[in-house]
Design a protein around this ligand. Structure first.
Ligand code: FAD
Length: 470
């Protein structure tokens, strides 16, 4: 069988690339090893985690009502874990079903098979689905490699026990354990830790570095770190290494090495969330001219071209940041380039969101990056304590900040911590992409009273026109 364009992997990078290539009038086939399209994001990543985090948020808001807002509920919330899990599964199946329909409408051929490269223009297809063509080979003019990533699980933690989970195991929500250790204070560990903590698990977080979310600006992390510390009742171990993990009856015994904690402790479950690795091994890439770097990512240029003229790469397999919207955007670029358009991906403002409570979001240049590059920037911060909306909602520990070029007054970056930061950051992405100056934001009328006003107010701080209380 021959298809002019073949996409290997049906995640948010792969299906976006396939649909856009079809919209460009190209004949496209997607090869996906799993029975459903959607990839990590839909099946075991963004969507199920956010469905569960919403349950956690509702529980946390009810707790705030009880503690601070003068509304009494007589009983603690009762969790029906089967119903929580079923709702999450329903969300996934609604979305994956929709993707199947979208593929059909565009005449995109979906083949359920594991694909490996025999050479630069041929994939070998393995599996037992009827969609696999006779002979099990698929030739192409262009292939878009979108095989994504999988959780990293060091050999020392891989002890063959289902009590030691990766993010996929945690999302399965088999039960609500009494105690859980989260290894790694990155966004996946904190999001999943928040879910379990709000469902009733006593969560401990251990992080090798001296703060949670290494890489994010510290002023954004501070309010979250305070909340996580409260959620974990003080069990956040920083600068601490996990020495060993071993099964001991129905518990997992863990040894710690760190200034605050030397010794061992037992947990019902351990979630290992120390990063993800790109899926490049076992794909037969050695039979092509594709170059894989020493971190395992496929090397490609701003048009997503690899060193092999027939093969493009997008999404998690093509490098950081490993985010679904970055994967889809790269898919768009690859599809348009194959269709003969001069598209290029300028990664100026890829937003990043941590969906914890409070949320953290940033886009464009961060303070950490500006400092590392020795670049002078004005940092304009508007504390949410001065926002009428934040006061009304009881979320005054948030902040919004712009990073501004002191000479041109252009906005270069934005950081937000607080409820809904993930939604608010979209305005900043547009502003940075459009090369806005601060006055473009302050002269745009924002609705009152909303948290979006804090973006305007932080701009006013730069101009010296901010009001104290808004
Ligand atoms: P993937 O989604 O990983 O898809 C790759 C696909 O390729 C898979 O379906 C796989 O089966 C298939 N495949 C692999 N090898 C082969 C082969 N040889 N043959 C055929 N098929 C193959 N990102 C966000 O932007 N926002 C979030 O809130 C967010 N939350 C997350 C939460 C969790 C718990 C996790 C784990 C991830 C989260 N991510 C989030 C990251 C996001 O899921 C990934 O960045 C995104 O899925 C990458 O898309 P992709 O298309 O590159 O690869």
């Amino acid at each position: 069988m021959h298809s002019p364009v073949v996409v290997l992997g049906g995640g948010p990078g792969g299906y976006a690339a396939a649909f856009l290539a079809a919209d460009e009038g190209l004949d496209v086939a997607i090869v996906e090893a799993e029975p459903r399209l959607g990839g990590t994001c839909l099946l075991r990543g963004c969507i199920p985690s956010k469905a569960l985090l919403h349950v956690a948020k509702v529980i946390s808001e009810v707790d705030s009502l009880r503690e601070e807002w003068g509304v009494e509920y007589n009983e603690k919330p009762k969790i029906d874990v089967d119903k929580v899990r079923a709702r999450k599964e329903k969300v996934i199946s609604n979305l994956t079903g929709g993707l199947g329909q979208l593929a059909k409408r565009r005449n995109v051929t979906v083949i359920q098979a594991r694909g490996t490269f025999l050479n630069s223009t041929t994939l070998k297809l393995e599996g037992d689905d009827q969609s696999i063509p006779e002979g099990g080979e698929l030739t192409f003019d262009h292939c878009i490699l979108a095989t994504g990533s999988i959780p990293a699980m060091p050999a020392a933690f891989d002890i063959g026990s289902d009590r030691v989970m990766d993010s996929t195991g945690a999302l399965a929500l088999a039960d609500i354990p009494e105690t859980m250790l989260v290894v790694g204070g990155g966004y996946i560990g904190l999001e999943m830790g928040s879910v379990y903590a709000h469902l009733g698990t006593k969560v401990t977080v251990v992080e090798l570095m001296d703060g949670l979310l290494p890489g994010a600006d510290r002023d954004l992390v501070k309010p979250l770190a305070k909340r996580i510390d409260k959620m974990c009742e003080g069990r956040v171990l920083l600068n601490t290494k996990v020495g060993s993990i071993a099964e001991d009856g129905d518990k997992i015994e863990v040894t710690f090495e760190g200034p605050a904690h030397f010794g061992h402790e037992k947990f019902d479950r351990v979630l290992v969330s120390i990063g993800r690795r790109p899926v490049t091994r076992g794909l037969g890439l050695e039979n092509t001219q594709v170059v894989v770097n020493d971190r395992g990512f496929v090397e490609c240029d701003a048009q997503q071209r690899t060193a092999d003229p027939h093969i493009f790469a997008i999404g998690d397999v093509a490098g950081d940041p490993m985010l679904a919207h970055k994967a889809s955007h790269e898919g768009r670029v690859a599809a348009e380039v194959i269709a003969g358009k001069p598209s290029v991906f300028d990664k100026a403002a890829i937003p990043a969101v941590v969906f914890t409570d409070p949320e953290i979001a940033w886009a464009g240049l961060t303070e950490g990056e500006a400092k590392a590059a020795g670049r002078k920037v004005d940092v304009e911060v508007y504390p949410w304590a001065a926002s009428g909306r934040a006061q009304a909602l009881g979320i005054t520990d948030g902040l919004t900040k712009w990073l501004v070029d002191p000479e041109t007054h252009r906005v270069l970056g934005c950081g937000i911590v607080g409820s809904g930061a993930g939604e608010l950051i979209a305005e900043a992405v547009l502003a940075i992409e459009m090369g806005c100056e601060v006055h473009d934001i302050t002269e745009s009328v924002h609705p009152h009273p909303t948290l979006s006003e804090t973006l305007m107010n932080a701009g006013e701080v730069h101009l010296g026109t901010a009001t104290e209380i808004y």
